[in-house]
Design a protein around this ligand. Structure first.
Ligand SMILES: NC(=O)c1ccc[n+]([C@@H]2O[C@H](COP(=O)([O-])OP(=O)(O)OC[C@H]3O[C@@H](n4cnc5c(N)ncnc54)[C@H](O)[C@@H]3O)[C@@H](O)[C@H]2O)c1
Length: 318
């Protein structure tokens, strides 16, 4: 019997996959304090993982653990050095969430461009047409978007942008010109050039030492006044203080953030009071459909792992 720890609740569709396999059992662990994880995890052969951190202090107590199955694709909450040294595999839900994130980006682009929040509030206040013509709104049609990072989500986003007849530039030094043009995009070799000309910027890269603060005050000041920035990748890639200043000084038009340097977002973060930015609580993948797909892929990956049937795209190369 293999034992799976479900660290933090997942959609029931994923748990039903385990129920169908009599050789596997699971326990839901809702208390993700370090003390509780150290107490519980040593019993398990595998675990699923949402946003809790698994570092060496916890993992060194888990001699049976063979595999960590992320409910998602990012893995900056796992101690990669430790799991590599100790031969623990790390899996991701590689095919489950790109569409949901790409749709979230389009929702943010449209919400900001169409000033939806302002119109909504005017109608509710009884100002049906009073201020409507003073509210500035924009179209996506024929506008230029720069997609930074052309992996699973970047590739899903480009299809949606082309549907709006946008011009799509892509900055990803690790993806060839051929692949980008096959998807209908234009490869940009120099990030600064792409930033100067884009109307929309959407980030789809991991947070690393190289990408931290990639978008700072100097980059922001090179952008167009009407530019709109969306970050649904990881907080810290855009410098939040610089972004807040750029919005306040009308250096750019607006921003949409699903991710933050500190999560949950600090209540003193000045962006919370800035009405030129729209915010969501790292919820791009929280559609009903995506929650179901992710939970199924998370638990199926563990079973496929032990049966040597795992699709290679689900394995993080360490
Ligand atoms: N908001 C959410 O809920 C949510 C959900 C899923 C993924 N994410 C985040 O979105 C990001 C992208 O996810 P993905 O599944 O598309 O990842 P992916 O690994 O498929 O693609 C990442 C791409 O970034 C490129 N890249 C790496 N460093 C770069 C750099 N310095 N400059 C330009 N390109 C660079 C890589 O070549 C790769 O093509 C990740 O950070 C992930 O954690 C967020």
């Amino acid at each position: 019997m293999k034992k799976i720890a479900i660290i933090e609740k997942i959609h029931s569709d994923g748990l039903e996959i385990i129920d169908k396999h009599p050789d596997y059992e699971y326990e839901l662990i809702n208390d993700v304090s370090k003390e509780n994880l150290i107490k519980k995890l040593p019993d398990y052969d595998a675990c699923t993982l949402r946003v809790s951190k698994l570092n060496e202090n916890i993992l060194k107590h888990c001699p049976k653990l063979k595999v960590i199955s992320r409910h998602g694709v990012g893995f900056d909450n796992v101690d990669l050095n430790y799991i590599k040294k100790n031969n623990i595999s790390l899996l991701i839900t590689a095919t489950a969430n790109a569409v949901a994130v790409a749709e979230h980006v389009i929702y943010m682009m449209l919400t900001i461009s169409k000033s939806i929040n302002k119109y909504d509030s005017e109608v509710r206040k009884g100002n049906f047409k009073k201020n409507a013509s003073n509210i500035e709104t924009l179209e996506l049609f024929k506008k230029e978007i720069l997609i930074v990072g052309f992996g699973r989500i970047g590739k899903s986003l480009i299809k949606r942008c082309l549907g709006f007849e946008m011009k799509v530039n892509v900055y990803d030094p690790f993806v060839s010109n051929d692949i980008i043009s096959k998807f209908g995009g234009n490869k940009i070799d120099n990030l600064s050039d792409g930033l100067k000309s884009c109307d929309y910027l959407s980030l789809h890269i991991p947070l690393t030492e190289k990408t931290k603060n990639m978008i700072d005050s100097s980059k922001l000041s090179s952008m167009k006044k009407n530019a709109i920035i969306i970050n649904s990748s990881r907080g810290g890639i855009i410098n939040e203080i610089d972004l807040n200043n750029a919005l306040n000084k009308n250096i750019i038009f607006g921003a949409g953030l699903d991710v933050f340097e500190q999560e949950p977002v600090n209540k003193d973060n000045p962006l919370l009071k800035n009405n030129k930015v729209i915010l969501s609580p790292h919820s791009a993948t929280f559609t009903n459909e995506c929650k179901s797909r992710m939970s199924i892929e998370t638990t199926k990956n563990i079973i496929d792992f032990f049966n040597n049937k795992l699709d290679k795209s689900m394995i993080v190369k360490l």
